[in-house]
Structure formats: structure tokens, C-alpha cells
Design a protein around this ligand. Structure first.
Ligand code: FEC
Length: 309
């Protein structure tokens, strides 16, 4: 009996429409609805981004489709079947596992569309998938991280090289500023690998691209009244401006798609902040369905399914 292996492709999720923002935000806040002011603030950020109001949905769809094609190419059609499972929007992680069960899948591998592991990010996705798989009687394994996969590093270092070209003669003086989503600082007490893995990804990209002027900074911290990992990108840009840095290439290494945290937090907020301080800020193109990225994902899935990891 050669049944296909189910592949649960997990991503953050985004609202369906402007009307769906409140339910989405309430889910992110674990069932606590946002205040009218918080809702208005988030809605205005979605309205401000270019490239479509909710581009993450389409980008996740094209990543899942491209990964399916890559797995078909490498393992033959019918060996793996991809399903989507989103953290904060339908189809939820549990819906994806339930759809596999309905199709008779008995063995599944899950992976998250972010390369570095944290108990608060990837750990949360995998826990929900495992719990639903247990309920449905599916044997499940999750890819924890792929932050140093050679194909991922190749994809990102190409993006950096291409991004630096935009600066022309200022290229040699340009600082590559790696960034990722902040998390509550309490993860440090839990020996969480997140910060170390992000630095390892950044260092590997810098080495591959032959870049020696680089730093890492956090972005997109939440407002929860507790401390989050810093320094934030705006603080870092302030400091760089005072040191005379005039050109910066923003290089997100934890995000893999065009979405709000890139198109608003970096392209609008950070860029305006930088411009006011006479810094030219450009950004690498996001991976989306980049073929090298898809190869890294397919290899991670197949490695786990074949018991290599
Ligand atoms: O384009 C979109 O519609 C979605 C963009 C989006 C991505 C994303 C990724 C990550 N988040 C992570 C952690 C947190 C924590 C909180 C939190 C809150 C928000 C809010 C929005 C939002 N996140 Fe997100 N995140 C995205 C969007 N995130 C909107 C709520 C309003 C705000 O703070 O701006 C705080 C929750 C709380 O209040 O308790 C923690 C992490 C990632 C990267 C890994 C991943 O993709 O899963 C970590 C994309």
C-alpha cells in the first residue's frame, strides 16, 4: 500500500478582507478582541500597503503550489500531497490535518514557512498540528528548522547581492541590516534557539555574499506591556544615522513572503524613518516561491519523511 504522504504547509495567515480584520486580530490575541483604536490602527496599516491589501494569502497559495510541483519533480507524482494550515486564519492548521484524514492520509510531515525555530513561533504551529494529527490517528513529524539549508542561504545571498547593486557607487559603503520579528524577551530565559539561529542565518548569508558590513536587528515588536527583544530597527537606524551610515539594505531573514510586516513595517515605516535621517534604505526582494527556497523546503520534507533527519 503506497499511500501519499501528506505535507502540511503552515503559514501565519491573513484576513480575507477588511471586514475580516477584527476576527483575525482577535485570534492573534488568543480570543481577546482588540479595542476600537487598535483595530483602526491595524486597518490603516493594511490600507497603506502597496501590492494588494492582503498579499500574504496569494503568496502562501503560490508557495504551496510551487512546493507541490517541486516534490512531484523530485519524488514522482502522487508521493506527496500538500495541504495548507494557517495559524490565524482559515484553513486553520487543524483544518489542514482534518482534510488529510478525510483523504485517507496516514502519514504526514509538517513545515512552517519561516526558517528559524522558536517555541513561541514554529513550536506553536507544530504543537497544534501534532495534537490534531493524534486525534485523527495520523502519524505526524514536523520540520523544526531549516535556517542553514544551503539552498536557503544561496537564495538569500543572491537577493543580497542583487539588492546591493541598487546602490551603485555607494555599494561598498552600504550596510546589510538583517532583521526578524521580535518576540517577548522571556524566551531568552527558556534557552530558546531563535536568536542564535537568526544570527547564524545572517552570518551564513553575509559569508556567501562576501559582505563584511552587516548587523542584525529586531522589528515588528508587539505592544504587550512586557519587554520584547531589541534593539528595534528604528533604534538601530537612529544609531546608524548618528554614526554617519548613509545606505542600508534591509534584509529580513525570518520572513519569506511579501506581507504586512515587510510592506508596512519596513517599506513604509522604517524607510520613512531612515529618509528623515538622510539614510537611503532599500530592501531585498522577498523569497515568495523562489526556486532555491522551494528546493530547500522539498529537501527538508523528504529528509524527514525518509528518516534522514
Ligand atoms: O500580512 C499579514 O496579514 C500578516 C503579517 C504577519 C506575519 C507575522 C509573523 C510573525 N508574528 C510573530 C509573532 C507575533 C506575536 C504577536 C504578533 C502580533 C501580530 C499582529 C499582526 C501580526 N502579528 Fe505576528 N505577524 C503578522 C501580523 N505576532 C497584525 C497584531 C497586531 C500587531 O502587533 O501588529 C503578539 C501577539 C499578542 O498580542 O500576544 C508574538 C512571529 C512571526 C514570524 C514567524 C511566522 O511567520 O510565524 C514570531 C507574517
Amino acid at each position: 500500500d503506497k499511500r501519499p504522504i501528506g505535507v502540511l504547509v503552515m503559514s501565519y495567515g491573513t484576513p480575507e478582507s477588511l471586514d475580516g480584520i477584527e476576527a483575525y486580530y482577535t485570534h492573534i490575541r488568543r480570543g481577546h478582541p482588540p479595542t476600537a483604536e487598535q483595530l483602526e490602527d491595524l486597518t490603516s496599516r493594511y490600507k497603506a500597503i502597496v501590492g494588494g491589501v492582503f498579499p500574504l494569502r496569494e503568496n502562501t497559495n503560490s508557495q504551496a503550489a510551487a512546493l507541490q510541483r517541486k516534490l512531484d519533480e523530485l519524488a514522482g507524482k502522487g508521493a506527496y500531497v500538500c495541504y495548507q494550515g494557517l495559524k490565524h486564519a482559515a484553513p486553520f492548521i487543524e483544518d489542514g490535518i482534518a482534510a488529510m484524514a478525510a483523504d485517507g492520509i496516514q502519514e504526514a510531515v509538517g513545515l512552517v514557512l519561516t526558517p528559524q525555530y522558536s517555541s513561541m513561533s514554529v513550536g506553536g504551529y507544530l504543537k497544534r498540528a501534532q495534537e490534531e494529527a493524534d486525534k485523527q490517528g495520523i502519524s505526524f513529524q514536523g520540520v523544526k528548522e531549516y535556517h542553514l539549508h544551503p539552498k536557503l542561504i544561496e537564495a538569500l545571498s543572491r537577493r543580497v547581492t542583487e539588492g546591493l547593486e541598487k546602490f551603485g557607487e555607494a555599494r561598498a559603503d552600504t550596510l546589510v541590516l538583517f532583521s526578524a520579528h521580535s518576540l517577548p524577551a522571556k524566551i531568552l530565559e527558556m534557552n530558546d534557539p531563535y536568536a542564535d539561529q537568526l544570527l547564524a542565518t545572517s552570518a551564513a548569508i553575509a559569508a556567501a555574499a562576501g559582505v563584511d558590513k552587516w548587523q542584525f536587528t529586531w522589528q515588528s515588536a508587539g505592544q504587550t506591556g512586557q519587554p520584547w527583544l531589541g534593539p528595534d530597527i528604528l533604534e538601530t537606524l537612529e544609531k546608524l544615522a548618528s554614526e554617519g551610515v548613509r545606505s542600508v539594505l534591509a534584509t529580513p531573514v525570518g520572513f519569506v513572503s511579501d506581507h504586512l510586516e515587510v510592506l508596512y513595517d519596513l517599506d513604509i515605516e522604517a524607510r520613512n524613518f531612515a529618509e528623515e535621517r538622510h539614510i537611503r534604505l532599500e530592501r531585498i526582494r522577498m523569497l515568495n516561491d523562489d526556486p532555491h527556497y522551494m528546493a530547500a523546503l522539498a529537501d527538508s520534507v523528504m529528509g524527514l519523511a525518509n528518516g534522514r533527519n
